[in-house]
Design a protein around this ligand. Structure first.
Ligand code: ATP
Ligand code: MG
Length: 175
């Protein structure tokens, strides 16, 4: 099913605005063009909500969370940037593991199970994409998600009706 990432991000951002407001954190969504990918809108929503929720949760008051959406060579790129506590180099690989949380004493204060990012990674790789992370302790973090876009040009290709017919014995749901 086609999913418009801009729509998903705008709804995900809206849902985080109330909790963000209590810390006076502004959530900004850049870009206004639709970017269509193939997949499950609910799962993608859950993944992006997790990332935005983390950005707000691990940031101090009076900061900003920026959400960017762009496209290059048929790949949609989403960035979620915060000005929060950041993640030390030695933790950066491990935070995508299930139940892994940085500094349990600190994490206990902020709640959570440590599952969020493992779910994000799972959902994004199920959609043929990847998640990467840039972070510096005390400065903030940027999570980047790349997802293959739907090839819009395919919509307008008008095949002769004979070549639309599935050959017998071939699975019709390849890829
Ligand atoms: P849950 O998402 O299940 O409620 P959680 O937020 O602790 O709990 P993850 O989302 O998987 O779990 O994140 C794992 C750990 O990575 C967090 O506990 C936190 O230490 C660190 N982390 C994640 N996102 C950020 C961020 N934007 N800034 C700083 N640290 C982060
Ligand atoms: Mg989380």
């Amino acid at each position: 099913t086609p999913v418009d990432l801009h729509e998903v991000l705008s709804e995900a951002a809206d849902r985080s605005r109330l909790p963000a407001e209590s810390k006076n954190i502004e959530i900004r969504l850049g870009g206004s063009l639709p970017r269509r990918v193939h997949g499950d809108g609910d799962q993608l929503m859950m993944a992006f909500r997790n990332l935005i929720d983390n950005a707000v949760r691990y940031s101090p008051e009076n900061t900003r969370v920026g959400i960017g959406l762009s496209s290059r060579d048929g790949i949609a790129q989403v960035t979620i940037t915060d000005q929060g506590i950041g993640i030390a180099q030695e933790d950066q690989e491990r935070i995508f593991e299930r139940f892994y949380r940085v500094d349990t004493a600190r994490s206990r204060q902020t709640g959570g199970t440590g599952l969020g990012l493992s779910i994000v990674k799972h959902v994004i790789s199920n959609h043929g994409g990847e998640v990467s992370l840039w972070s510096q302790q005390g400065r903030g973090s940027t999570f980047t998600v790349r997802l293959p876009e739907l090839d819009e040009s395919m919509d307008s290709v008008d095949l002769p009706s004979s070549s639309r017919t599935e050959p017998e014995g071939q699975p019709s749901d390849q890829n």
